[in-house]
Design a protein around this ligand. Structure first.
Ligand SMILES: C[S@@+](CC[C@H](N)C(=O)[O-])C[C@H]1O[C@@H](n2cnc3c(N)ncnc32)[C@H](O)[C@@H]1O
Length: 248
């Protein structure tokens, strides 16, 4: 009996350590991509702060806020609740006085006050496993507006996605989902182009693995040779859109 209990405890500890390990890798990958190699968040913040500001009503729920730099730069004077499954230290990434950070899973999130704007910036691929459940959760939160930021998956990104599907069984790139968000109408789509720029092809391959959510391991050399064949330098443009949905 005692041995079984001990084994169970060891297994639970291993599971906990594995989760911590996976989460820390994800955090590091996000930080590298956003801070060092891609300029998308600077463009997104500027669009939300200027061109699209009339669509942003507080309180805002920033789902999968990551390091929180979009809200920090775009909504400095607005109330924002930033949630993420990863623990982002407020010492490394400070919040505005009107911003609140919570470590929370979107599907478990509850708010005492009515959320008016839901921001889903490059988080859809992490929460779209069950579309019915996702639509239900959005309905429960009931925001007036949803701001969805996603890649349009054309240009070289389309080729990368095709390569990934040819070489991996279960990749999870960010794709637009028919039927989401249910009960909302698209009122504006603002296209923009970001640049992913690395110093070498190995770093670019790692960034692609992060974008496609694949374990690159033994396929690293194949991906690097694909990239070298297709690109002159370790850089390419990523077409994206800020889509604004209003409650029907
Ligand atoms: C690609 S990052 C996007 C970060 C940020 N929104 C941006 O655009 O810079 C996706 C984030 O979603 C978070 N995430 C994944 N699943 C989540 C969930 N179920 N609830 C809350 N956050 C989640 C991840 O930890 C990660 O920080």
């Amino acid at each position: 009996m005692k041995i079984t209990l001990m084994l169970k405890q060891i297994l639970a500890l291993l599971k906990f350590l594995k989760m911590k390990f996976i989460n820390s890798i994800k955090s590091k990958d996000i930080f590298d991509f956003k801070e060092s190699y891609c300029d998308e968040n600077t463009i997104i913040s500027s669009l939300l702060r200027n061109t699209l500001k009339n669509y942003i009503k507080p309180p805002i729920l920033d789902v999968g806020a990551g390091i929180g730099d979009i809200s920090y730069r775009a909504f400095d004077d607005k109330k924002v609740i930033m949630i993420d499954v990863n623990n982002i230290s407020k010492h490394d990434y400070p919040c505005r006085p009107t911003h609140f950070r919570r470590r929370a899973d979107f599907f478990e999130f509850e708010s005492k006050e009515q959320i008016k704007t839901l921001l889903i910036s490059h988080t859809l691929q992490f929460i779209d496993n069950d579309i019915e459940m996702l639509n239900e959760k959005v309905k429960e939160i009931g925001p007036e507006n949803i701001i969805l930021i996603i890649n349009t998956n054309d240009g070289f990104m389309k080729e990368v996605i095709e390569w990934t599907y040819e070489n991996f069984d279960n990749p999870n790139p960010e794709v637009k989902i028919n039927g989401f968000p249910e009960g909302y109408n698209l009122v504006k789509s603002q296209p923009f182009t970001a640049t992913l720029k690395c110093n070498d092809f190995e770093t670019l391959a790692l960034q692609i693995a992060y974008l496609m959510l694949i374990e690159i391991d033994t396929m690293m050399a194949t991906l690097i040779s694909f990239l070298k064949r297709k690109l002159g330098t370790p850089t390419f443009e990523i077409n994206q859109a800020v889509e604004i949905y209003k409650k029907a």
